[in-house]
Design a protein around this ligand. Structure first.
Ligand SMILES: Nc1ncnc2c1ncn2[C@@H]1O[C@H](COP(=O)(O)OP(=O)(O)O)[C@@H](O)[C@H]1O
Ligand SMILES: [Mg+2]
Length: 264
């Protein structure tokens, strides 16, 4: 098994007041070490649910979730997470928000070392000089940068990003994409990113998975042929336009707005 994240035919339903709600009906996802996979799919199809399975916060009804050759059976500190609305603690400085995961997973690491690591990351994402500010003194984009630092400060094996840039305006978002690339080049991680932005998916990921409508299965997989750090201009090349066209088509199928072809 050479995938670091290996999700096999996972099924999951929630118990609700109205009965069982089937959410995942057979999701497969494989991410090699150092790989970065984007997951797109209709709203409410089960994307966030999938991230909770990878993090071990939920157990599947059927199928298996493996991380680094070990079956996931409970919450994992080797998984870092970042969300659309960064949950930063207002009573802590930016620096001390970023050191928080180290306080939890590496309590014996000297304080100076923790802070050095946090400062290094904050500089990498362009937040040098903001270490002593409170989260409320930062813009939305800056909070998201700080949140990104916090999610990788303890070098998690796996980074999960659930619509991390969804609340940002288009230009700020593109800045963050470039920051993300820089971070990935300097601090390699294995990642899964949920997004509803198709351009973001092909710009950042090396594989894009389209989930069907709920209950979701892996409907379509696209390999992104671009390597390493990318230029935004790539999105406007014929190759970029073709990939976006195909993904848009797949989303329409997932939403039930375009007929499913006989064979993929
Ligand atoms: N804890 C829960 N209990 C019951 N239903 C849930 C729970 N969490 C999510 N759901 C439902 O499961 C479906 C999938 O949710 P979610 O994974 O958040 O979708 P997505 O992230 O793709 O928008 C939605 O219909 C949502 O209302
Ligand atoms: Mg979600």
């Amino acid at each position: 098994m050479d995938a670091l994240i290996d999700i096999r035919d996972v099924k999951l339903s929630y118990e609700t007041e109205g009965g069982r709600l089937p959410v995942l009906a057979g999701v497969d996802l494989r991410v090699p070490e150092g790989g970065f996979v984007a997951v797109v799919g209709p709203s409410g199809c089960g994307k966030s649910t999938l991230t909770r399975l990878i993090a071990g916060l939920l157990a599947p009804d059927a199928g298996e979730v493996w991380l680094h050759g070990q079956q996931v059976t409970g919450p994992k500190s080797s998984v870092g997470m970042a969300f659309q609305n960064p949950v930063l603690l207002e009573w802590r400085s930016v620096l001390r928000n970023v050191t928080l995961p180290l306080e939890l997973v590496a309590p014996r690491m000297p304080k100076r070392e923790k802070e050095e690591r946090a400062r290094h990351l904050l500089t990498l994402v362009g937040l040098e000089g903001f270490e002593d500010k409170r989260p409320s003194e930062l813009s939305g984009g800056m909070r998201q940068r700080a949140s990104l630092c916090r999610s990788i400060v303890h070098k998690p094996e796996v980074l999960i990003l659930d619509e991390p840039f969804g609340a940002l305006d288009a230009f700020t978002r593109e800045d963050l994409w470039q920051t993300m690339q820089k971070v990935k080049a300097e601090e390699p991680f294995t990642g899964v990113m949920i997004t509803h932005d198709l351009r973001e998916s092909i710009f950042l990921a090396d594989q894009v998975i389209v989930l069907s409508g709920r209950p979701a299965f892996t409907q379509y997989t696209m390999q992104v042929p671009w390597q390493g750090e990318r230029d935004l201009d790539l999105l406007y090349t014929p190759e970029g336009a073709d990939m976006l066209g195909e993904l848009r088509h797949q989303i329409q199928i997932a939403q039930g707005r375009a007929p499913q072809e006989a064979a993929q």
